[in-house]
Design a protein around this ligand. Structure first.
Ligand code: SF4
Length: 182
């Protein structure tokens, strides 16, 4: 269930305020927590049956408005707070993160934060051909393309029609390193 955006905002604000007085994050075995996965948007251009079934609010296209999402400044502030606690790997996700307006600007802001060693993005890949260059220029270091299958028929059964591995390959060339395919 998605918490009301006002509650999310308050939690984000509270966390960024207390981060300066708490110790680095560790798990129950005292291992440092270095990875942070941040959702930058809830909407998606697919409706995978296991994620956004048609009878669910998201499957019925009921998403947060742009105004309700955390702003770039709020996300930047949260990342800074987590970095101060030992996080150095940021992975942006959604929904489908490439649908967030101004994503390249957000990536640029996060890439500039001292202490972010690895900035990655997980995507269904469908918009990569037109966006990969801007994302690479903004400072994105790594992309994971998540696809259920390269078989069109299997793909269609999951209501995830449209994506092709071409987006993954283009991103790989632009980032000058392999793009992973989940
Ligand atoms: S592509 Fe990802 S975010 Fe979009 S509906 Fe499928 S599993 Fe969910």
């Amino acid at each position: 269930m998605v918490a009301p955006h006002s509650a999310l905002r308050q939690q984000a604000q509270h966390f960024s305020e207390i981060s300066s007085v708490i110790t680095p994050l560790v798990d129950v075995l005292a291992r440092p927590l270095r990875d942070l996965r941040m959702s930058v948007i809830d909407r998606c251009n697919f409706r995978c049956t296991y994620c956004m079934p048609l009878k669910s609010p998201n499957g019925d296209s009921k998403f947060l408005t742009m105004r309700e999402l955390l702003s770039d400044a709020e996300i930047e502030r949260l990342v800074e707070a987590f970095v101060s606690l030992g996080v150095d790997k940021i992975r942006l996700t959604g929904g489908e993160p490439l649908l967030r307006p101004g994503l390249a600007c957000l990536i640029e802001r996060i890439a500039r934060i001292s202490g972010v060693a690895d900035l990655a993005l997980i995507t269904n890949g469908i918009l990569l051909p037109q966006m990969a260059q801007d994302l690479a220029d903004a400072g994105l270091g790594r992309i994971t393309v998540s696809l259920d299958s390269l078989d069109e028929q299997v793909f269609a059964k999951r209501r995830a029609a449209g994506a092709r591995s071409g987006g993954c390959l283009k991103a790989s060339r632009l980032l000058k390193r392999p793009a992973s395919l989940d």
